[in-house]
Design a protein around this ligand. Structure first.
Ligand SMILES: [Zn+2]
Length: 154
């Protein structure tokens, strides 16, 4: 089963997957993210936790910071975040803080996902801000990168 995915989101996911694939070169779990605005990429990131020794350097945070820096504003309400793995609780919090209007993600994270798996923070009606969510986009490709990484570590 696959839902039709807007072409701009599909292109951004291709880039996010490329970014994810480059993370294991420095020992990082392969997750990549891209922020788009009106179909243009304005920020990119990959997981840099190991490389930078930074516990907060998830791909989403890196991409959101790059986008805010490019725009000269913390407010990313007219942007879309595209990420290869369902955001965790921390990243969902960052998404709400930046007011990103849409989130497109790849693989589901049944253990720690905060966009529909364990939690659904991005659509929690008790929160003052919410984001539109499209999950499972090219999920198999995102999951395959993760599986290959963890198989190698074993
Ligand atoms: Zn995260």
């Amino acid at each position: 089963m696959s839902l039709p995915v807007p072409a701009a989101d599909d292109a951004a996911m291709t880039r996010a997957l490329e970014l994810a694939a480059s993370a294991p070169a420095h020992g990082d779990v392969p997750v990549g993210a891209v922020v788009t605005r009106a179909g243009e990429v304005i920020g990119e990131g990959r997981n840099l936790r190991e490389r930078d020794g930074d516990p907060l350097a998830h791909a989403e945070i890196v991409a959101l910071r790059a986008a805010a820096s490019a725009l000269g504003s913390w407010n990313l309400e007219d942007c879309t975040l595209v990420v290869t793995l369902e955001p965790c609780v921390m990243c969902a919090g960052a998404i709400l803080q930046t007011r990103v209007g849409r989130v497109v993600f790849g693989a589901w994270d049944e253990k720690a996902g905060a966009a529909g798996s364990v939690h659904d923070l991005l659509r929690d009606r008790r929160m003052p801000h919410r984001a539109e969510v499209l999950g499972g986009v090219r999920a198999e490709e995102g999951a395959t990168l993760l599986r290959a990484f963890f198989d190698e570590k074993r």
